[in-house]
Design a protein around this ligand. Structure first.
Ligand SMILES: Nc1nc2c(c(=O)[nH]1)N[C@H]1C(S)=C(S)[C@@H](COP(=O)(O)O)O[C@H]1N2
Ligand SMILES: [Mo]
Length: 262
């Protein structure tokens, strides 16, 4: 049984204890979208608890397990957005991402940006890791990219910065009031983690569009929704409140755990 399930049970029991509600069946996650929902409020308190507990238990720079080539059993199952349709993205894709730039901005000494060629020419790291989606599936895949930490140092993170917000090109949801673009965030410990890479290669091939081309971040000790595809900007901030619903990510805004550690 994976640690993911254990943790999910932990979250569920914390939610039940915290709210004093008796929950039956497996429908209790269906209406978490509402902010008034007592289960969601309890889960948000549980987020803080699990974040602190996990940070204490696992230490700050523990490596995620890496696997052998022989353990790659399948391709990386594309999930969520697989074919972004925003004009910016379609334009970049049309010219094979020649004018793509990854920007690091916000609470930094100097805003920096890099082309795909520049990223590919930086020291590369390849790692075979397991991706766990909360929907209940996993894939073992080989990711190649460059570490985020040295680029953050190049930009010069200002002392007050606490989080990286990862902004993506894809319109994960289309509403009457416009597109909702995917985003997520991490603390600086995860951003500087040695296995946190700006990945442009998957299983020895150029990263395909369905898996986040041209660049997707890997945060290897976090769940699937913390692995932003179609990444274009990393913004250093001291608060997550200004973005989306203020919970630090597209899925986080609907009630998913912010830390999302495994
Ligand atoms: N930009 C963006 N990033 C995303 C998503 C998405 O829809 N858009 N889905 C997330 C989820 S829930 C998962 S499980 C993984 C899926 O990555 P894959 O398509 O490479 O398997 O990407 C994550 N990152
Ligand atoms: Mo996921």
């Amino acid at each position: 049984m994976s640690r993911l399930i254990t943790r999910r049970n932990f979250l569920r029991s914390s939610a039940v204890m915290g709210s004093g509600l008796a929950l039956a069946g497996c429908n209790q996650f269906d209406f978490l979208g509402s902010k008034e929902n007592p289960v969601r409020q309890a889960m948000e308190r549980a987020n803080v608890l699990t974040y602190q507990a996990q940070r204490t238990l696992i230490g700050q720079q523990t490596l995620a397990r890496e696997y052998a080539e022989s353990e790659i059993r399948q391709g990386m199952k594309p999930n969520g957005s697989v074919e972004p349709t925003t004009p910016e993205y379609l334009f970049l894709k049309m010219q094979n991402f020649a004018s793509y730039r990854l920007t690091i901005k916000g609470m930094v000494e100097r805003e920096v940006s890099y082309s795909l060629d520049e990223l590919r020419n930086m020291p590369a790291r390849t790692q075979i890791t397991r991706h766990d989606c909360v929907e209940g599936w996993s894939c073992i895949a080989k990711w190649t990219g460059t570490q985020l930490g040295p680029l953050l140092d190049e930009a010069g993170v200002k002392p007050g910065a606490r989080y990286c917000v990862y902004h993506c090109f894809d319109n994960i949801q289309r509403t009457l009031s416009g597109d909702i673009l995917y985003y997520t965030s991490s603390d600086l410990i995860d951003a500087y983690h040695p296995q946190t890479i700006l990945s442009y290669g998957l299983n020895d091939q150029v990263l395909p569009v369905s898996n986040g081309a041209p660049v997707r971040l890997r945060i290897e000790r976090a769940l699937g929704y913390k692995q932003p595809k179609y990444l274009h900007t990393i913004e250093l901030v001291d608060s997550l409140a200004p973005f989306g619903e203020g919970k630090g990510g597209y899925w986080e805004d609907t009630g998913y755990d912010w830390y999302g550690g495994i």
